[in-house]
Design a protein around this ligand. Structure first.
Ligand code: IPE
Ligand code: IPE
Ligand code: MG
Length: 259
């Protein structure tokens, strides 16, 4: 074995591994405004946004972020004009088919969360293809939230738990936070450490309501089509300088804060 092979790689941002968020969730917002500001149809913003997804997935891997969960289409986005919805669905299929090979090569496992049955057949088929191809990838995890709503997710978990209670598989007293978490779409994922929202809005828009209870929030003024690797670095560095208290006092955390 060569010396190079045994020397640990320096972090690209000079961060200690414990300061890097393991799971970053992103509300990719501002595609439409980005396009409208340039006199372009909204779909151009969505297309440019899909290119940023590729950039951010790559940068996240370089920085040691093992889980990235991106909000691509909410359960409320069906209220948009039919034309925009159809184009977004086509873009999803194009993204999934176009990225399958790259994700496999990079060892990235793709998952999709949300109510699958509400999606068009072509989208469901593309999801199943890419989830299948990347199923055994272990280096990193990319999760797309599609037809996703945090409240729907909690309702679905309640239904599943209630069905088990009716079947006598669980008693109401045995239901705890862990039971709920294990019945969410994200049962296999850790909770997000960092939640980024682009385009300056300060709201959750029904995203990962249960899971972000203790996530650090980062709002970027940049629209998603402008959110490149440098902006992602900025959010990760900001997170690295934060103190997560989880309800404790500063004195209890002495020695765990960044220098
Ligand atoms: C985010 O950008 C993408 C989706 C919600 C699908 P928007 O389309 O919401 O862009 P704005 O917020 O209208 O600018
Ligand atoms: C949230 O953005 C959904 C996605 C980014 C997919 P929206 O643009 O739909 O959120 P609101 O309507 O401004 O709250
Ligand atoms: Mg928006």
């Amino acid at each position: 074995m060569t010396a190079a092979a045994t020397t640990p790689q320096a972090h690209p941002l000079g961060l200690d591994a414990s300061r890097v968020p393991k799971h970053v969730a992103i509300i990719m917002d501002g595609n439409g405004r980005w396009a409208e500001d340039r006199g372009l149809p909204r779909i151009w913003g969505h297309r440019e946004g899909a290119v940023r997804v590729r950039d951010v997935v790559e940068r996240a891997g370089d920085l040691g972020v093992t889980h990235l969960t991106l909000y691509a289409f909410s359960s409320e986005n069906w209220k948009r004009p039919q034309d925009e919805i159809s184009q977004l669905m086509l873009l999803c299929v194009a993204y999934l088919d176009g990225e399958a090979e790259r994700l496999t090569e990079e060892g990235i496992r793709l998952r999709v969360i949300g109510r699958r049955e509400g999606l068009p057949d072509e989208v469901r088929a593309a999801i199943e293809r890419v989830e299948g191809i990347t199923e055994h990838a272990t280096r990193a995890n990319l999760t797309l939230a599609l037809n996703y709503g945090g409240r729907d997710e909690i309702v679905d978990a309640c239904r599943a738990i209630a069905a088990k209670a009716t079947a006598g598989e669980i008693t109401p007293e045995a239901i705890d936070q862990d039971t709920v978490a294990r019945h969410l779409y994200t049962a296999d994922l850790p909770d997000p450490d960092l939640l980024i929202r682009t385009a300056g809005e300060h709201r959750l828009s029904n995203y990962l309501l249960w899971q972000v209870s203790y996530a650090e929030l980062f709002i970027s003024e940049a629209a998603w089509p402008e959110f490149d690797a440098d902006r992602f670095d900025e959010a990760v560095l900001d997170y690295a300088g934060r103190t997560r208290r989880f309800g404790k006092t500063d004195a209890q955390l002495e020695g765990t804060r960044p220098q």
